[in-house]
Design a protein around this ligand. Structure first.
Ligand code: NDP
Ligand code: MG
Length: 375
């Protein structure tokens, strides 16, 4: 029985993870659950599992059933609750400390929070190495790549090809993009996800973050990571082996498969929620248009510049997306804010979490001032 703590239990990934655990109650149990402000959602999730420690990380709860609260409460939940694995499904940079607390307290880390790897991937692997624990990617593309690399061996792999759905505006005229509203960006064609990542999908900042994530997770330089547009979202990524062959992982788009694989690793568990008949699908692949998705190239540039720039890419994008959602800037301004924030010089390497958070804070201030100029 693997004892699991889910951070971000009320979110898109968190709710699907709870379903995975409930479907495989003979293999997994819930040791702890956290939400940020959705107390009702947290209590509803907890009602399915007896004895789980609960945390509301934004404020003091109304319910006496929730033992932990606030940022310190979240630290205690993750560090002090007995468990084998933490699923970090918190949204955004707030997930960084959760990852390091999980590893430092000797737990495996199933990582949906890609921000951890983009901001501090090398440090996270150092922490995992010191603790003798594993980082298991949940992001569907990286889960696919991880599972293939584990089977072929890292030395057999020449590079990877990450697939992208293209998001909500894939087929719209370029001239229409400046006029897109937040509600338009939230209409994703194939995946149902949290709000921020759905906007990132439309701009391909999500794919940019995933290119950086792949580089840090698998030790690949940018020229070994390719991105292709694949509207059907059935191929979750490819690896290219040394002989030039491409291997793909395919299923219907359902995050419960990568969640299950991360929770169960290295075992395989029977599950059929995303089974796919190859006769049912027609697969298309093409190059993403750089004019439609400028944030993809910016991510490669940040990757080439080093750890400070990738940290700043994430921070600037979070500020820009929040400003777009709040109506302060247009959709196409998100890319402008990020690329202008990256015109500053950032350190090539970040030694320690303080340095990571300092760059994150600096980039947020720069991005916010650019937003003010534009708005
Ligand atoms: P959601 O916005 O749906 O959920 C976020 C969860 O995190 C909620 O439980 C929320 O609590 C909690 N949360 C919000 N802010 C904080 C905070 N400051 N500290 C601690 N917890 C917080 O996001 P998703 O589930 O879509 O995404 C979660 C992560 O997984 C992101 O990093 C995303 O990039 C990644 N991911 C998501 C995929 C998906 O399919 N959704 C696919 C691949 C990766 P509350 O409800 O109380 O606000
Ligand atoms: Mg993904």
């Amino acid at each position: 029985m693997r004892r699991v703590i889910i951070v971000g239990a009320t979110g898109s990934i968190g709710r699907q993870a709870i379903d995975v655990v409930a479907r495989h109650a003979d293999r997994f149990s819930i040791a702890g659950l956290s939400a940020h402000s959705d107390e009702g959602g947290l209590l509803a999730a907890a009602s399915r599992f007896r004895g789980a420690a609960l945390c509301l990380s934004s404020r003091a709860p109304d319910s006496g059933a929730i033992a932990f609260h606030g940022p310190d409460g979240l630290r205690s939940l993750v560090r002090d609750t007995e468990a084998d694995l933490v699923l970090n499904a918190a949204a955004g940079a707030a997930g960084l400390s959760v990852s390091f607390d999980a590893l430092a307290s000797g737990k495996d880390l199933a990582l949906a929070n890609k921000e951890t790897i983009v901001m501090a991937g090398r440090l996270a692997f150092e922490a995992a190495g010191e603790a003798g624990r594993r980082i298991l990617p949940v992001d569907s593309e990286h889960s696919a790549i991880f599972n293939m690399i584990e089977r072929f061996g890292r030395d057999a792999v020449r590079g990877v090809v990450i697939t992208a759905s293209g998001g909500a505006f894939r087929d719209d005229p370029l001239e229409s993009l400046p006029g897109k509203m937040p509600a338009d960006a939230l209409a994703h064609p194939t995946w149902s996800m949290g709000a921020k990542i759905t906007v990132d999908s439309a701009s391909m900042a999500n794919k940019g973050l995933e290119v950086i994530e792949a580089a840090r997770l698998f030790g690949l330089s940018g020229d070994r990571i390719d991105v292709v547009l694949h509207p059907e979202s059935r191929v979750h990524s490819f690896i290219r082996t040394r002989d030039g062959s491409l291997y793909a992982q395919m299923s219907r788009p359902d995050m419960r498969i990568p969640i299950l694989n991360a929770l169960a690793w290295p075992e395989s568990i029977d599950e059929s929620v995303a089974d796919m008949d190859p006769c049912d699908v027609f697969l298309r692949f093409s190059r993403p248009d750089p004019a439609r998705y400028p944030l993809l190239r910016t991510a490669y540039e940040a990757l080439a510049s080093g750890e400070g720039a990738t940290d700043a890419y994430n921070a600037a994008n979070e500020v820009a997306v929040a400003s777009f959602m709040g109506g302060a800037i247009r959709f196409t301004d998100i890319a402008v804010v990020v690329s202008r924030t990256l015109e500053r010089a950032y350190p090539r390497t970040l030694e320690g979490l303080e340095a990571v958070l300092a760059v994150d804070g600096d980039a947020r201030r720069v991005a916010a001032s650019i937003v003010k100029e534009i708005a």
